[in-house]
Design a binder for this molecule. Sequence first.
Ligand code: XBP
Ligand code: MG
Length: 237
Amino acid sequence: MTIKAIIFDVDGTLADTEDAHRIAFNKAFAENGLDWNWDVALYDKLLKVTGGKERIKYYVSDFNTTYKKPENFDDFVKHLHQTKTKHYTAMLAAGQIPLRPGIKQLMDDARAADIVLAIATTTSPENVAGLLEVGLGKDWESYFAANGCGDIVPHKKPAPDIYNWVLDKLKLSPQECIALEDSNNGLRSALAAGIKTYVTTNPYTHWHDFDGASGIFDDLSDLSAFYKATGLPLPNR
Ligand code: XBP
Ligand code: MG
């Protein structure tokens, strides 16, 4: 079947964002008087859980078990996460996080060939906007026929919810789409929605289990190889 849409994960796929997320979490902890510090080794483990609020709760329940939770813990986590988003979007606005190699060219090639683009991510909408405003320009929203992100679905990746939400918006079947992901959670989410999935790895995910992926790449610097592997009818680059 011809491919009608490409659905992109954001964090780790469109850009190497996870270390900036980690730094933003640490800034939020410091700003709120917490002595928590997530180093790279710990963050690696915390990435098991997607979603920033969910990740903070996972840290408290599994890694900082002596911490005495405040009474309104949910509100506290929400506030911490808002502080984190403020720091993260400031890093994006400062142009600290470029798109990964080949991403913009792939999007431009696909658009020129009338292949629809969409986003399926667990990250917050502000973060998607901040990244793509810098990476694609002010009219970044016009690139995407569906922008699935954050809390719009009940269950985050590895659940298929966000991909199902996007398929619904696009009015396409899973067989008419491919997904691009960078992590085991993301791959499982897309596969559970029945979508053929390709993976680009990054420093946080290169060791993940990518069983079920249709192709695994270090990055998309060789777009011709990606077009050949996927069967996308796009020009040699
Ligand atoms: C990304 C995530 C996100 C980010 C943090 O996963 O899990 O939670 O790490 O963003 P994926 P928020 O790439 O699979 O979508 O703090 O805004 O949740
Ligand atoms: Mg990702």
